[in-house]
Each structure stands twice: as C-alpha cells, then as structure tokens.
Design a protein around this ligand. Structure first.
Ligand SMILES: Cc1cc2nc3c(=O)[nH]c(=O)nc-3n(C[C@H](O)[C@H](O)[C@H](O)COP(=O)(O)O)c2cc1C
Length: 355
C-alpha cells in the first residue's frame, strides 16, 4: 500500500479557525463517559482538545436541567460542545443559547456520525450524511449565527454501499467548516471491526481544513499509523483512553519528541483509577459515581490475562467507595508493585452508548 508521507514530528501547535491547539492527541466525545470529571481527569495526560458528549439541540432550546450539566467546563480549555439535531436553524439556535449560558465555549462541533437508531430516526447523527447538502446548511447556519470555530464529526457514509464522505467533506468545506473529524467506519458498522484507514489514505492532502482521524486508537502505534496514512493533523482517542489515560501522554510525547514512553505499572493504574473515582464522586455523588465506576474501573486493569476474575468483581460487586477501594487494594497486593499494565489483548467491543 502506498503510504502518505509527511514529517512525523510535527509542530506542536495547529489551529482550528483561530483557536490554537497545542498537541496532537484529542479526547473524543463519548456519551455516558466524557463528562466534566472525565475530561478534567484526562486533560493533564495530554488531551490538547476535549469535547463534551453529544447534547441535543432541543434539550438546550427547551432548557432541560440535565442538559445544563454539559456546559460546566471548569478550567479545562479548549473544550468544544458537541450538538446533535437535524434542522439547521434549531442547531444554530441551540448553539447561540449554549454560548449565552457559557461564553467560554470555544468551539461548536456537530454530530454527523452517531449510529443509534433512535437518534437516526429523528434525522440526526449519521442520518445527516445521507443528505450532504443539509450537512453544509447546518454548518452555514452555525457560521452565520456564532463567531466560534465550527467543526463536524462524520463517518465514511451510511453503509458500504453508500460511502460518501468526500461529498460530505466538500459540502462542509464550502459552508466554511473549520475542521472535520472522520471516524473511518460506516454507520452500519457502528463500532465493530477494523476502521477503513485504506479508504482515507492521504485524505488530509485533499482537504482545505484540519482533519482529526478516529477509529481504534488503542495503542501508540495505532495513532502513528493513522496519522501517517491519512496525514491528519491530530488523532482522536475514544474507547482506547477509558482506563488507559497514559495513552494520551504516549501519543502527545511521541509527536513532540519522537520518544516512545513505556506503559505504566498496574499499581500506577490503580492510583489513577482512585484519583478518577474521587473526581467522579465530586461531580455526581457517590451512589451514581459507583454505578459508573463498575464500567470504568475494570478498564484500568483490562487486557491483562491475569485480571479476568478481578475485572468481573469490579464490574459486578462494587457497591460503594469502600468496596472499590478494597477490590483495588487486593489487586495491588496480589500483583505487586512491578507488574506492567498491558492492554494489548483488551476487548473494546462491549462499550454501550449510554444516553
Ligand atoms: C460508548 C460510545 C459513545 C460515543 N459517543 C459519541 C458521541 O456522543 N459523539 C460522537 O461524535 N461520537 C461518539 N462516539 C464515537 C467516538 O467518539 C469515536 O469516534 C469512536 O468510538 C471510534 O473511535 P475508537 O474506535 O477509537 O473508539 C461514541 C463511541 C462509543 C463507543
């Protein structure tokens, strides 16, 4: 395969519109995961840009209470808010309102990739890609009504029979989009299988705006390959970052200096898990936080062949903070302080899109 060649050690800074982004690792939006505490926890590991999980335009327009939580950025910048909807005027009205509620929002991203049937039936998410012109109209409307950079997150198309990302990119560029994230799968593929990096080979060279590339970024080499193949400006870390925050550091450091940092020790992973637990409790209280930790905690020790029983315990038997502390300390004692975390065999197929 012919690879897209470009100097791998890039300047740290790149730009989305006039927004300066310092680093090549971007934290992707994930419903049910990328809340404020998660973004704040991940930021210092090397997230150059964060996104909220997707927020419905109707929820913002009608001022739903749950929606307001999405606007709390603490001092984590730059952070973009991701909107979903399908009517250009509604999305831009929601964006204007969002900017009134939190004038610190630095970027508006539009979800054009969500594969959830309920979202698609309303015409939003990846259903938008069936109408490239409409995709452009949404961006045009946002550009008219707001003065922050506007980005879009797309897939390759609806299905293998309707791959149309180049048409959609063309319409988005004409409308004045400031950057585009491409998740290199079709809507029908949801999150399964290998992303089609071959289809997006050299894509950045065809584009007039920055490209963020997404799909199975689980290890440093996945990031290096995705950047090399596509020529993208940055790589998006999504499932691969859950329980493995150091992946952001490895990617960030590599693209600054060429240095390959070794994986952390499991005992370090446990410390980070506890740190995140405290941040999540601060955000949503212990009861809700512990329900979520059943999903997060096993991932901090994922992939290690010795960890299956421990992971099951973490996923099913955690009831409160004390039980989580106890399980994690047991794991630490059993594995000792020197065992290296190794996610090579981790399973990323069981992520639920929680709304
Ligand atoms: C549980 C889950 C929730 C997601 N939520 C969103 C979302 O709200 N908005 C969005 O644009 N993408 C969302 N995504 C897609 C991710 O941002 C990312 O593009 C995708 O998972 C591919 O990257 P990965 O294979 O490295 O995980 C979600 C993915 C998962 C697995």
């Amino acid at each position: 395969m012919v690879r897209y060649h470009r100097t791998l050690f890039l300047l740290f800074m790149w730009q989305i519109g006039d927004l300066k982004i310092d680093g090549r690792a971007v934290l992707g939006p994930m419903s049910g995961f990328t809340s404020r505490s998660y973004r704040d926890f991940m930021k210092p590991f090397g997230a150059s840009l964060c996104f909220t999980e997707m927020v419905s335009d109707a929820g913002i327009i009608h001022g739903q209470r749950r929606t307001r939580g999405y606007f709390d950025f603490s001092d984590n910048h730059p952070t973009g808010i991701q909107l979903f909807g399908h009517v250009p005027e509604d999305i831009s009205e929601a964006a204007v309102k969002a900017l009134e509620i939190n004038p610190e929002i630095e970027l508006i991203d539009v979800n054009m990739g969500c594969p959830v049937p309920k979202v698609n039936r309303s015409g939003a998410g990846s259903a938008l890609m069936r109408d490239p012109k409409l995709c452009g109209d949404i961006i045009r409307s946002l550009k008219r009504k707001t003065d922050v950079p506007v980005t879009a997150k797309i897939r390759l198309g609806w299905s293998s029979g309707s791959i149309n990302f180049r048409d959609v990119i063309g319409e988005l560029e004409l409308a004045g989009v400031d950057a585009i994230t491409v998740h290199a799968r079709t809507r029908d593929e949801r999150y399964a299988g290998e992303p089609h990096m071959d289809m997006v080979e050299g894509l950045r060279g065809e584009m007039s705006v920055p490209l963020i590339i997404s799909g199975n970024i689980y290890q440093l080499d996945d990031a290096i390959n995705a950047m090399r193949i596509t020529g993208a400006d940055a790589v998006m870390v999504a499932r691969g970052g859950v329980g493995n925050p150091f992946l952001l550091t490895q990617i960030d450091r590599y693209f600054r200096t060429g240095e390959r940092l070794r994986s952390p020790k499991v005992s370090q992973q446990i410390d980070w898990c506890l740190q995140f637990m405290e941040m999540l409790i601060d955000e949503i209280g212990e009861e809700k936080a512990m329900r979520k930790m059943r999903c997060f905690a096993p991932r901090f020790i994922a992939g290690c062949h010795y960890s299956r029983a421990h992971r099951n315990n973490l996923a099913t038997n955690v009831t409160d903070k004390d039980s989580l502390l106890l399980f994690l300390e047991n794991i630490r004692q059993e594995l000792g302080n020197e065992r290296i975390y190794d996610n090579a065999a981790a399973d990323y197929s069981d992520f639920e899109e929680v709304r």
